[in-house]
Ligand binder design. Sequence first.
Ligand code: ADP
Ligand code: MG
Length: 609
Amino acid sequence: MDALELLPRVKLLPDQLINRIAAGEVVERPSAVLKELVENSLDAGADRLDIEVSDGGKKLIMVRDNGHGMDEDNLLMCLERHATSKIGGEADLGRIQTLGFRGEALPSIGAVSDLAITSAVEGGEGHKVTLAAGRLLGLAPVASNRGTTVEVRNLFYNVPARRKFLKSDRTESAHLLEVAQSYALSREGLRLTFRENGREVLAVEGRHDFQTRVFKVLGRGVAEGLTPLAWEREGLSVSGWLGAPDRPLASPARLFVYVLGRPVRDRLLNRALAEGYGRLLPRGTWPAAIIFLDLDPAEVDVNVHPAKAEVRFRRPSAIFSALADAVAGAVGRAPQPASPWAARPPDEAARPPWLDYPKSEPKSGPEPEAGNPPGPDEADRAPSNTREISPAAPPGPAPLAETAPSTNFEPLRPLAQLYNSYILAEGSRGLYLVDQHAAHERVLFNKLKQELARSGLASQTLLLPEPLDLPPRQARAAEKMRPHLARLGFELEPFGEGGDFLLRGVPAILGHEDPLPPLMEILGAGQDHAAALDGAGLKEALEALADSWLYSLACRAAIKAGEKMDLKAMGRLLEDMAQEPRGAYCPHGRPAIQLIERVTIERRFARKP
Ligand code: ADP
Ligand code: MG
């Protein structure tokens, strides 16, 4: 068979498939363009990539590869929106093996730049196609070796608003380099060079082994302290290299995580890794590491983010514990069966007093779903036994509110914690079961609402302000919402040009929870209300949103199911709860408390008729 017959055909995706692909902007900045081009080259089977950028990618981004190339038909077709050679049918979405699959990158890039693509297949004639702001200028035969060269010039020249929001050349260059670094580390056997304004900044050879690669990409300091990581269980493999904990960094910038060969930035995975290092790593710092997660593609959804920078796991907590365990083992710590969410001792000073439900001991033991509670058999047996003894007993407990007003219930005495998730408490009316997370969430939500109305939420100043690198739209939302964010405890300070911010303070209530997810949620909601933010309706829009922001903060700060509480802490929570209007329900309306009436208990034991 000759090479042409093997060449994958670029075809338009059917409409129903287009609708299932995560929508959104593909190219927000130069580094996103570079990422798409490199992915295309790797998908074309290239093992040699030469990258050139100038002026932070604003003037030029060029990628040359030695992949299978495109013939004349594919070259024209690849410029169509939703045209791809990588997936064809619905079923393919569930098992994506290539880096690309959306068929949107080239047309999106072409629409906002001067684009030229030169390509040739093995033994075929080369062609070059040129576009200006999406308009086809020409297609002509040219001499070319097998492979493809894509040149993107004058990015966003026809979209001044976008161009204005690009950061300085230095910042954009740093992001471009990071993309090149992450692919240079992504696989062995790949030759990759990166030139910036004519100067070679990075080069790895195909023959370089992994440690040499790390040395070339991240420097001697990192390469010398590497510990190998190899862990495998039940179809999940965690491998790679861990940097020494004695050279920690203030940000996770040198943490490279690949899921099925795809570089991802995932806070959950970063935290799992830090968790694995445990106390070897100073709080708030990050190691250098290169981690490869390989698992059944059906366990991972890559179709969740327009730029494919995020993935979603079907079983995130299993992945979290696996990664934390694997890392702990590799750095010589005993694997920690602890729940992932209580990595470090709480910093008591920073926490508002009413948040303080001290835990009796550091969390240990498996999470409740991991087998702590009685097995399904036992759980099934218990109630049926009861029914045997007292067949006339009324059915199970009803939510408290069905039998009592939802506010100011009687004083309760905590007895014990069930499955590390529920508080058992005694009252004169019967046995109470309290969902600790729902109850705490309700208490926190009400306190936050009062605090916000009074003076705004207390903010905890960060020792090291964290630079926020927000995408342009979030940056615009942040600019408009700064005073409102400050009332919620998020202190943002603009710095540099073009919408950079330093995060100086976070809501004290968050304690050691990661402040970025709620901040991003709030900015996301603000962005959705951009029209109101621009106009006179700003105040109303923000007021309407405030409740949902407070839910989100309360939910994150509240004690989780699976966290151990001692009797004192349980007593405090019950007291606080009793004082809350609507304390019997969590802010989402789920019941927080259940009552099994004393008379029911007595009937079941045949003490009462
Ligand atoms: P996607 O990668 O999602 O398929 P793109 O817009 O990035 O969408 O590319 C469209 C198609 O163009 C690809 O499916 C591929 O067939 C072809 N293509 C793009 N870049 C290259 C390349 N460097 N080498 C060979 N073919 C390419
Ligand atoms: Mg692509």
